[in-house]
Design a protein around this ligand. Structure first.
Ligand code: ZN
Length: 229
């Protein structure tokens, strides 16, 4: 027998041990040991694998705007939550805080794809200025000073669409990649992540159009919510 509880804005992704819930009753707030988010204890009990507890939404309680702002966190809890977000490379955390690594002397966005440092070597900063004040340099992979990874991908795809459109659909993936100074495989991967189609498919759709001059790149305008996480 396990207790089904929930995170305030929806189903909670991680099982939580019964011990962690303690004497919590439905409606009580607890903090997930894994992702450091607060969740609301629900009233439903269903068996889940290995005696763990899944967090599910309780229909009666209204969801707050953001799970990030359920309540004030202690500095320790805040640090643990940020660490969990960093380890998960949570892109939603980008812009909310920055992290630096004392051993490498680099600061990053939370979503940085670089290899993780040891947790005790990571420091978190509320603002970009705080991160700069460490004297460290910005990461060359996640570019904390510039556009985010998501924006970077959209920008790249927008630019590629524009090149393909100007060529009337004749441009090849390799040619576009060369013009943009990126590798064809990178362009191909990002293009698929953002537009859910390959550069070749996009080019052929341009070729099929009777009036190429009216084709417009849909790189960022119509892709809200479709960008790869
Ligand atoms: Zn980085």
């Amino acid at each position: 027998m396990t207790i089904i509880t929930r995170i305030a804005s929806g189903q909670h992704p991680y099982p939580v041990s019964p011990r962690r819930l303690g004497s919590a009753r439905p409606g009580h707030r607890r903090n997930c040991a894994k992702c450091e988010r607060d969740f609301i204890v629900g009233g439903v009990r269903i068996p889940v694998n290995k005696g763990k507890i899944m967090m599910l939404a309780a229909a009666s309680s209204p969801a707050p705007a953001s799970t990030d702002r359920i309540g004030p966190l202690s500095p320790v809890a805040l640090h643990r939550r940020r660490l969990a977000q960093r380890l998960a490379r949570d892109a939603d955390a980008d812009g909310r805080f920055w992290c630096s690594v004392v051993t490498t002397g680099i600061y990053c966005r939370p979503s940085c794809p670089s290899r993780h440092a040891r947790p005790d070597h990571i420091r978190f900063h509320d603002t970009l200025d705080d991160a700069r004040r460490t004297g460290f340099r910005p990461c060359r992979r996640c570019h904390p000073e510039g556009r985010g990874l998501t924006e970077e991908r959209r920008f790249l795809v927008d630019k590629a669409c524009e090149i393909i459109r100007r060529s009337g659909g004749a441009a090849t993936t390799a040619g576009v990649a060369q013009a943009m100074g990126v590798s064809p495989s990178h362009l191909y991967r990002v293009f698929r992540q953002v537009l859910k189609q390959t550069p070749g498919t996009f080019a052929r759709s341009i070729l099929r159009e009777p009036k190429p001059s009216t084709i417009r790149c849909t790189g960022s305008a119509s892709l809200q919510g479709r960008v790869a996480k």
